[in-house]
Design a protein around this ligand. Structure first.
Ligand code: URA
Length: 254
């Protein structure tokens, strides 16, 4: 993907200092400064390190982001600490206020979870109509029977009148370790699929989200998606990536 320059307009509209049309007008009216000088051209090229002021106030550099976290057990998928600490504690502090979770994992579930500041993206990635697949590895308290396996895959599980079937279900030889792929996002979906049939899920880990895999990302660590990964993710849910690829290097792993 071609790298593009960061314009004063891009900088200020990404920072959401005002509605996009007002940003252009305000720049033209001389309300923006770059490194202390009034700049009235919205297309003026700035650097992420430039000191930018808008209507007399300094505007810190912000960018859109998608972060992948390998969630450990013992963290809540909520923005505040409750019975357990919030998983937002595990992403960079300066992004916490803008970060939105794409779906939730239970406190005792481990694995791949995404955050972004683009709400439309985080929403679409979990809405059933977009059918984004998520893969989980799980262990049951006892081997699954052939009938139950067939029932899950062929009949499905009733969630408030809606029959949900996994995209795929595979069992290892011991019949306790399974891999399931789902494109829905019902509350406690996996635990309920098995609990209904008399099994307990004793461990659960999300290994894939769409085409994204954890790779060697350690439990408790995050990384920013790169531009191509972001682009692919946006396209998957019929969106255009909202940001140009600025020539800025940013920290990719903790
Ligand atoms: N299904 C569950 O039951 N729990 C999760 O955390 C994710 C999917």
């Amino acid at each position: 993907m071609k790298e593009e320059s960061l314009t004063l307009y891009d900088y200020l509209s990404t920072a959401k200092v005002a509605a996009k049309r007002r940003v252009i007008k305000a720049i033209r009216h001389g309300l923006a400064k770059v490194d202390g000088k009034v700049i009235d051209d919205p297309n003026f090229i700035v650097r992420p390190s430039s000191k930018i002021e808008f209507e007399g106030k300094e505007v810190p550099y912000v960018y859109h982001f998608v972060i992948m976290l390998n969630k450990p057990k013992g963290y809540m998928s909520s923005s505040v600490d409750e019975k357990y600490p919030s998983i937002f504690r595990l992403i960079p502090e300066e992004l916490r206020e803008r970060a939105i979770l794409s779906g939730r994992l239970d406190q005792d579930t481990e694995g791949l979870i995404l955050f972004s500041d683009i709400g439309r993206l985080t929403n679409r990635l979990v809405l059933p109509q977009y059918g984004v697949k998520k893969e989980y590895e799980l262990t049951l308290d006892k081997p699954i029977s052939d009938e139950d396996f067939k029932d899950i895959t062929e009949v499905g599980t009733d969630f408030d009148g809606e029959m949900i079937k996994p995209e795929s279900l595979e069992a290892k030889e011991n019949k306790k370790d399974l891999t399931i792929v789902l494109s829905q996002g019902k509350y406690h979906e996996i635990k309920r699929i098995f609990y209904r049939r008399g099994y307990k899920v004793v461990s659960l880990r999300r290994t894939k989200f769409a085409f994204l895999e954890l790779g060697d990302l350690e439990v408790g660590k995050y990384r920013f998606l790169d531009a191509l990964e972001e682009e692919k993710l946006y396209n998957l849910v019929g969106m255009e990536r909202e940001q140009k690829v600025f020539t800025v290097s940013r920290k990719t792993t903790k």
